[in-house]
Design a protein around this ligand. Sequence first.
Ligand code: GLU
Length: 486
Amino acid sequence: MFIPMAFRPRRAFWLLATGILLALGGCVEKTPSTLERIKEDGVLRVVTRNSPATYFQDRSGETGFEYELVKRFAEDLGVKLQVETADNLDDLFNRLNQKNGPVLAAAGLVASEGRKAQARFSHPYLEVTPQVIYRSGAPRPTRPEDLLGKRILVLQGSTHAEQLAVLKRSYPELQYEESSAVEVVDLLRMVDEGQIDLTLVDSNELAMNQVYFPNVRVAFDLGDSRALGWAVAPGEDQSLLQEVDRFLDGVQENGTLQRLKDRYYGHVDVLGYVGAYTFAKHLQQRLPRYEQHFRRASQEQEIDWRLLAAIGYQESLWQPAATSKTGVRGLMMLTQSTAQAMGVANRLDARQSILGGSKYFALIKEGLSDELLEPDRTWFALAAYNIGIAHLGDARRLARQEGLDPNKWLDVKKMLPRLAQKQWYSKTRFGYARGGETVHFVQNIRRYYDILTWVTQPQMEGTQIAESALHMPAVIKEKPLESLPN
Ligand code: GLU
């Protein structure tokens, strides 16, 4: 024996003491909250759906209402955003409940009672109404009884499936199908094409998609409006949810939320409900005839063809024989003198009009001051195309006088309507102009451009527009549909 007997108890004591201390230490050291973990990792992991109302790719990369909002939240936290898309709603909630999965779902989800076991919801950020959708031309259902005997398809795991299940208790004959292989755009397309009779979607989703589906109409609202919320997994940890609520309250107060709503849902206000499906009809019936000319003009002028097409829609609704009382004519509505200057012999010839109008737009854009940078430069060019470079100059000078930035479209846009008010235009160099109309002109074209961009996403480039508007493969899953009730 090396160690004298006398030391043994001491050694045992120290071993025991150290053990207790270590154990205590383990207890005292708190497990980090979800929020602390996010900040430690420097990453916010979010799960969403790939759809026009939530998250998708456009000409400038990732976008969508939910994406933009959640991106701001990540910035607010000072962490990176990592977005993943779920295959369907069940998959989304499964991922949210997975250990080491995404911590937040931002996916246009209704904060319903039925989801309590799967999620805890934030404060609301959008009010939506569940709507029954039918195909125009078919008899319009007006009450729940009218759903009987119809082919109905809804998203599996959606609040609409929940609603139908409740309805079935009162109407056992009610038949409907749920699918996990489709997205809302597919449901609307299937109604549009008559593959199913009815579907249920939330009003925000219809608003976002109406422009692609000319035959889709609202039959009736199935119940009251409900709130969309972001979701976290069930549990005790309040840290992330509190932070989300704080953020959502903040963007509500400072106007950011409203701006995002205007940007993503604003085209519905601009087009109106009827305008939205009229646009969809024209997208399918008219644009395909002229798309090649816009693409050609795009090559010649190095301007996105969808912007040129958007101008053409604003000018004439893509009608080559359009004529106005003021003497402008043709698809791009050129004046006689502009047409001459651009080498357009026949303004009513669609091809000539498009090539000439695009050339004119490119010239105006090139002539703008070097101080104007993209993307604002494009909006300024549109304004100048509409009101003329001289009046635009006046509006920019007014902006400067008001202490605003004459190189920012958002600032100059505020000044344009003043060109129609004597107290202001009397002091400008070029006088009266209908500047309010110019603001609408630019706003409309930007909406059309956004819509055209969505239907012709990068993965769909090369396909003809009519086809892409009908099929929208970007968000369509390849899994086959379950059999539908007849
Ligand atoms: N908002 C729906 C839900 O929470 C899903 C998408 C839709 O159909 O509008 O179930």
